[in-house]
Design a binder for this molecule. Sequence first.
Ligand SMILES: Cc1ncc(COP(=O)(O)O)c(C=O)c1O
Length: 439
Amino acid sequence: MIKVSKRINDIIKRDRRVMFTTTREHYPFVADHANGDFAYDIDGNRFIDFSAFISVYNIGGNANAAVRNAVKEQADKLMHAAFLDFYSELPVRLAENLLTMMPSGFGRVFFSNSGTEANEDAIKLARIFTKKSYIIGFYGAFHGRTLGSLGITAAKTAQRERFGPFPNVVHSIFPNPYRPQFESETPDELAMACIDHLENNILKKEVSPKEAAAIFVEPVQGEGGYIVPPKLFMKELRRVADDNGILLVSDEVQAGYFRTGKFLAMENFNVTADIYTMAKALGGGVPIGATIAKKEFGDTPQGSHAGTFGGNLLAMAAANASLNYVKRNRRRLEAGVRQRGKYIMKRLNEMKEDYEILGDVRGLGLMIGAEFVKTKKSKTPAAKERDRIAEECFYNGLLTLPAGESAIRIIPPITMSMHNIERGMDIFENAVKKVDGGR
Ligand SMILES: Cc1ncc(COP(=O)(O)O)c(C=O)c1O
């Protein structure tokens, strides 16, 4: 059992005194270092990391030696090159490198520092290119917390309240097969009902296609609860976008970078978007955002967008080293995600039979969610029980993170060994058992 020391409690007290209180409401993990499958707190306690530090350490805690060495070397040379005013080679190399991973026709990249910025850039790009202003997003979506991306975010009112109004954004319905929003017998029927709503309500009654610049979508909704849509939904979304001259933007900030077993999560749906946004794992731990577009969108007016730190050389060095590593090991990593994902889903599906509070399990690759409910019949979200399970995991040496109203996300580094995946799942199951039995 992990013991929370006075040292840890003191840091948390100091934090509460000086930091804005908008974040960190989970268990008391005070990070010290990370190494591969493990994260360590300042007392040397070791945790199996099923959080990848919020989907950042996809290739292992503190990334790997190649990434660290690239950052160290670059730090000795030049950290910041004012890339938006001066030229430098590393950002160009990363853009070229990234484009080799993209579908054909993609030819332009803009670098920023975070996921929300990557989405801001995509909003502006869509508006420049289409000369239209409305953005269509989905309920349950999370695209960031700056005022443009926050307008499209619609995962929790706590994230939006006090900050609106958000002009020129409308939301449509993202299919949730566990909690179908329309009467439907199959996931495909649900997908088509959601598409029908988009075509016949949103685009006929709320915003004309003449005014709609882009549809923003997460291939798998992340913060909204790890919701995997039916394949048909994404295919039909592409058709609606094409039929109406609207761009499709795939937010790959959380689902991208091999999290689902493919470089782009959208590849699982055999759909190509017009613009992709990435961040999180792309920098291997160093802040980065990237907006990647088809070549024809790239002739953007001078002065229409920029940022001091876009193309920062530490981020570029880290991202290049990480990308080279995943490219070299692509086959092995993709197979590893499939194998580990299959194992976790099997374990969770077995657990679902045994524990009343485990209502639903879903996932794509190693982007897996387990949703907790009061009873299977009522499907009433069990947020408190979910939090207790996450705490129980923590005290037994496993880091997890919540998602949506009452789900836990299971997102280990994609490089985690099968042995540690199994050990992590044992801890997870014991925690569920304890909370389920203790109700
Ligand atoms: C899908 C998605 N888009 C955008 C963001 C925002 O990224 P950032 O926190 O780097 O601004 C997140 C963060 O969780 C995300 O999951």
